[in-house]
Design a protein around this ligand. Structure first.
Ligand code: ADP
Ligand code: MG
Length: 254
């Protein structure tokens, strides 16, 4: 008799083994052992992901690692289409979900997997959880979303930059301001972009938090300074990439 845990899952869930497909994967692209490592940093809009990834990248390169960066909607195949889709708010929410999933699948196949096979450290600015969170707050079925993303690889390290909405608002107002999508204006919470940002980001943060246990996020307190956050990330990454060598067995006299 098989228990549920013996049955390979079709979709993304927390029982995914690091470095392997969560579920059925990309059927024509089996992945066995490969030398690279996939490190993903999740967090909401403006929390400071890109800042941290840039610093991690420089540090890893100085240490001699080859680093490849990948980020949401950056696939050459899908980026132009997604830009057009975002410039007007006329698409059905499921169509958006599928555009994002296609972007991710394209980057996985063309960038991430080849880089992992070649031994690179892949730093991913956002991962599937951004798609799950954004679609989740728009009412898309959560199980359906997890099944959809069964082709993704469970990262070796999955950091989540956690912040409260008040600190986030301060950070975003000081830097680039609030944009239509990051404020969830398509959800029509009201005409005021500030109120909409607060309501939408609150819901997104809840959605991310609800996935933290399920997917074993390493939760990092992102309310702190850039340097403090970076220190914590580096300590964790160093411990993972360069575990301390086991002390040699003492040689006992015969
Ligand atoms: N820990 C931090 N404390 C204060 N400001 C920060 C911090 N991290 C990033 N910032 C600032 O917040 C803004 C957004 O950061 P960014 O890294 O672009 O966010 P993201 O990539 O998550 O959207 C930038 O102006 C950046 O300088
Ligand atoms: Mg960024």
């Amino acid at each position: 008799m098989t228990s549920p845990s013996d049955t390979p899952s079709e979709g993304a869930n927390g029982s995914g083994q690091a470095g392997r497909y969560y579920g059925r994967g990309i059927p024509y692209l089996p992945i066995g052992d490969y030398p690279g490592k996939l490190i993903a940093i999740e967090g909401t809009d403006g929390v400071g992901r890109s800042t941290q990834i840039q610093l991690l990248r420089e540090w890893l390169e100085v240490k001699g690692y080859g680093v490849v960066e990948t980020g949401w909607t950056r696939s050459p195949l899908m980026q132009p289409t997604i830009e057009i889709a975002k410039s007007s708010n006329t698409l059905n929410k499921l169509t958006f979900v599928l555009l994002y999933a296609t972007d991710f699948a394209d980057r996985l196949e063309k960038e991430i997997i080849p880089a992992l096979r070649a031994g690179f450290v892949v730093l991913s600015d956002r991962y599937i959880f951004t798609a799950l969170a954004r679609a989740g707050v728009r009412g898309v079925d959560r199980l359906w979303l997890r099944n959809l993303y069964g082709f993704a690889i469970a990262p070796h390290m999955m950091f989540y930059l956690n912040i409260d909405v008040k600190t986030l608002i301060g950070r975003v107002l000081e830097s680039r301001g609030m944009d239509f999508w990051e404020s969830g204006m398509d959800l029509k919470h009201g005409d005021d972009i500030y109120d909409s940002f607060r309501a939408y980001q609150n819901r997104l943060l809840k959605e991310y938090s609800s996935m933290a246990d399920e997917f074993h996020f390493r939760v990092v307190d992102a309310r702190r300074s850039v340097d403090r956050i970076q220190d914590e990330l580096r300590k964790n990454v160093a411990a993972f990439l360069e575990p301390p060598e086991k002390p040699a067995e003492p040689i006992l006299p015969r």
